[in-house]
Design a protein around this ligand. Structure first.
Ligand code: GLY
Ligand code: MN
Ligand code: MN
Length: 461
């Protein structure tokens, strides 16, 4: 049962606080959108990780002895008629497995008492506006009682590091949700691809928002609560804008469409990109670059396994892309030299300007250090060949089974005098989600094909 999963996580977090430590974890605030309407509510990921509780106005307090206390909205029939069911503090211990619970209106009265005689107070730094001041106010009340013998915590510590390390390795329960999120998102991509080809076959005016609507439909149909991030649906040259959003541009026969979209399911993100020909058939130059990006992704996938470094898939990608850019004539050997020069001078950066992946989890760009903790002191310095900036490198994170990352190489060809015209405005990214295993990785987003022939076959159907 999920209650025990959250209780186990709370126990692990408590063990990191020291026996006399205390941790305070608020959920996210409701955020106004305009006048009296709020944005759709999304809980805080740390809070949810430790409670599984999705109501707003809630706080979790954990102490080093392993006890946990929840503060939540009190039952209120009138408010519940307007806003919906509230769990309420009476039911919380049974429902969530916490040891005690109070109405959130008790927070300011309870926290100074809970902080008294502790040596360290932990909370997530720089996440919740005003939290530092709030904790400061409670500590001030404890300090006022020092002359009666109370001890005031002397240390404030960032809880993020503790929880980030826990969240970085996904347990079986999390992996299961992420597999299901990946499957829903894959179906959504298929649906958008097929609609594009069908509408163009029927001579209809296709717009980016038509494809976005297919994504949303399939996300919700699969039980997802919302997209995990703003969906990118970019037709033609728009694919070269990395953070483009689904808009009104026409989706034209002969153009590529880049869709970067993933649903959030039960608090976990998926993150998939596919690039496909709007009418279902790649042109020659599109296919050339598509196959190059796919080959670079294959190399990255092959480099993803326990014991490898986080940076290895990126380096594998860059090697394939650098060679390919020379082979297809996007980079001129006479100007940039050998493949090793392309890599060391970062000459590929004109066409590939982002990293090959990031951690994926409750947040699309999930938490977790990209530096190997045991080697954090091993710093080497180098000058960036393009900016001449002094860069301090630390050894990249060693991958472990259960870590989840994206593998998302791309090529983005903006028109320029020295760039062959048949490649102008082609933007391609292929992104899959990988669970690291002992011997390799499990791609949980391959319900939608990546192979160009398979995409064309799918779009004919
Ligand atoms: N969709 C955000 C990313 O791919 O990182
Ligand atoms: Mn993405
Ligand atoms: Mn991504």
């Amino acid at each position: 049962m999920t209650t025990s999963i959250h209780a186990q996580r709370r126990a692990r977090a408590a063990a990191a606080l020291g026996s006399n430590g205390i941790a305070i974890i608020p959920t996210a605030p409701e955020r106004p959108r305009n006048r009296d309407s709020d944005f759709l509510y999304r809980h805080d990921s740390y809070f949810y990780y430790l409670t599984g509780f999705t109501e707003p106005n809630a706080w979790l307090v954990i102490t080093g002895d392993g006890r946990s206390t929840l503060f939540c909205q009190p039952k209120d029939l009138e408010r519940e008629i307007w806003d919906g069911y509230r769990l309420g503090p009476e039911a919380a211990p049974q429902a969530l497995g916490v040891d005690a619970s109070f109405a959130v209106t008790e927070l300011d009265a309870q926290l100074p008492k809970q902080l008294e005689n502790r040596d360290a107070v932990w909370y997530p730094f720089a996440i919740h506006d005003g939290l530092e001041a709030r904790v400061g106010g409670w500590l001030n009340q404890v300090r006022a009682r020092v002359r009666y013998g109370a001890i005031c915590p002397e240390q404030q510590r960032d809880l993020c590091g503790v929880l980030d390390e826990m969240r970085l390795v996904k347990d079986a329960h999390e992996q299961d949700i992420m597999r299901r999120a990946g499957a829903i998102s894959a179906r959504a991509h298929i649906r958008a691809m097929q609609l594009s080809a069908r509408m163009l076959r029927e001579g209809q005016d296709v717009r980016e928002y038509h494809l976005d609507a297919e994504l949303l439909h399939e996300f919700r149909r699969g039980g997802s609560q919302y997209p995990a991030y703003g969906s990118i649906v970019a037709a033609g040259a728009n694919a070269c804008v990395l953070h483009y959003r689904a808009d009104t541009a026409p989706v034209k026969s002969g153009d590529l469409v880049l869709i970067d979209a993933g649903c959030e399911l039960d608090g976990y993100a998926s993150d998939i990109t596919r690039t496909f020909p709007a009418n279902g058939t790649f042109t020659g130059p599109q296919r050339t670059l598509y196959d190059l990006v796919l080959a670079s992704q294959d190399a990255a996938v092959a480099a993803t396994r326990a014991g490898a470094r986080f940076v290895d898939p990126h380096e594998a990608t860059v090697k394939v892309l650098a060679q390919g850019l020379l082979d297809v004539g996007l980079l001129d050997r006479n100007k940039v030299g050998t493949v090793d020069d392309v890599i060391s001078q970062r000459a590929y950066f004109q066409f590939y300007m982002h990293r090959t992946g990031h951690w994926l989890g409750m947040d699309v760009h999930d938490c977790g250090s990209y530096v190997e903790p045991s080697q954090v002191g091993e710093v080497s310095e180098r000058r960036d060949p393009l900016s001449n900036e002094l860069i301090k490198d630390r050894p990249s994170r060693v991958l472990q089974p259960g870590m989840v990352l994206t593998i998302e190489p791309g090529l983005y060809v903006r028109p320029a005098d020295d760039v062959p015209e048949h490649f102008h405005n082609i933007g391609i990214r292929i992104e899959d989600d990988a669970i690291v295993t002992a011997t390799g990785c499990e791609l949980i987003s391959r319900g939608v094909p990546v192979n160009a022939d398979e995409i064309e076959a799918l779009m004919r159907g």
